[in-house]
Design a protein around this ligand. Structure first.
Ligand SMILES: [Zn+2]
Length: 322
């Protein structure tokens, strides 16, 4: 079995956090044609699931809340300048999302910030733009959302978002906003989960949204196809730890949506330990399959291995980058 090709397919194909992991975890490795059909099925599955999933609202502080249940965790700041969303969730959740937003406040939707380009964070861009949101992102996010993403192995083209869903304001490294009485600082990470990731800091509220550089309590996806790497994930974790105190509320891209420095540190230490284990195996000349068979994640699987990125898949992602 040629795992390198299949691995490439998995990360390049849906690259979209939940999808590739589910394809592999549920079915083992697939031929390209099977994976293509399977992935289409899984996109439908995720959309169908998002279409009916309830949205759970967690109120934090200073009129910042987080909405859970449509793709990545969505933060919302309300106030007289309008609702400011961090990430868009999946488009088919619109009815539940619109209701959750209306329940938070009667303010119009005015701003949407994308933390990176992945589907489960940007699929709702189009309806939110129609609802009134100006979309802001790091420049690579606009680039990826504007282009056809060609996946040769699957003979599949991911189409660009409609023009309204493409971010209209982009920045390279940093952007500072002041809305609803809060300073909102957008800051690009060095390449980590992708090369388009940004953090969002709500200054006076001491709340930090760290995008997909932090998956709380679950193994993360790493998208090598658009610049991600295990070392970048570790560096971003260190940057997040440095940016937070024990009082900071941290919003992860995925996993339990209201988090803190202690949980972040636990994930950072897990990443470092598994990286070392996998690097040692690779240095010994073990193949990717042999590294997976050696179970370098075993000490962490009970806690972190229960979501779509299973231990074997996470080992492959780390192996790729060491
Ligand atoms: Zn992502």
């Amino acid at each position: 079995m040629e795992h390198s090709k299949r691995h490439f397919m998995s990360r390049r194909g849906f690259c979209l956090c939940c999808i590739s992991g589910a394809a592999i975890a549920a079915n083992g490795w697939l031929t390209p044609r099977e994976a293509f059909a399977e992935a289409r099925g899984i996109v439908s599955l995720i959309k169908d699931s998002a279409a009916t999933s309830p949205i759970v609202t967690h109120k934090l502080r200073n009129n910042v809340s987080v909405l859970e249940g449509s793709g990545g965790n969505v933060a919302v700041l309300t106030g007289p300048d309008g609702q400011v969303l961090i990430d868009a969730g999946i488009g088919v959740s619109r009815p539940q999302m619109a209701k959750a937003l209306a329940d938070l406040s009667a303010d119009p939707i005015t701003h949407l910030i994308n933390t990176h380009w992945h589907f489960d964070h940007t699929d709702g861009n189009t309806w939110l733009n129609l609802a009134g949101a100006k979309i802001i992102a790091q420049e690579n996010t606009r680039k990826y959302l504007s282009e056809v993403q060609r996946v040769e192995e699957w003979d599949y083209n991911f189409l660009p978002l409609p023009s309204g869903g493409i971010p209209s304001e982009v920045f390279a490294d940093e952007r500072n906003l002041r809305l609803n009485g809060l300073s909102i600082d957008l800051k690009r990470y060095r390449p980590a989960h992708t090369d388009s990731d940004i953090s969002v800091t709500f200054g006076e509220a001491d709340i930090l949204h760290v995008a997909d550089t932090f998956w709380n309590g679950i193994y993360p996806f790493i998208d090598y196809s658009t610049g991600g790497s295990i070392d970048g994930m570790i560096a971003a974790s260190d940057a997040n730890l440095a940016a937070a105190t024990d009082k900071t509320i941290i919003i992860p891209g995925h996993g339990k949506p209201v988090s803190n420095r202690a949980e972040l540190r636990e994930v950072r230490d897990m990443l470092v330990a598994i990286r070392e284990n996998v690097a040692a195996l690779k240095k010994q000349g073990r193949s990717k399959d042999e590294a997976v068979a050696a179970k370098p994640t075993a000490a962490f699987d009970a806690k972190f291995g229960n979501f779509v990125i299973d231990p074997g898949f996470f080992t492959r992602l780390v192996y790729e980058g060491v």
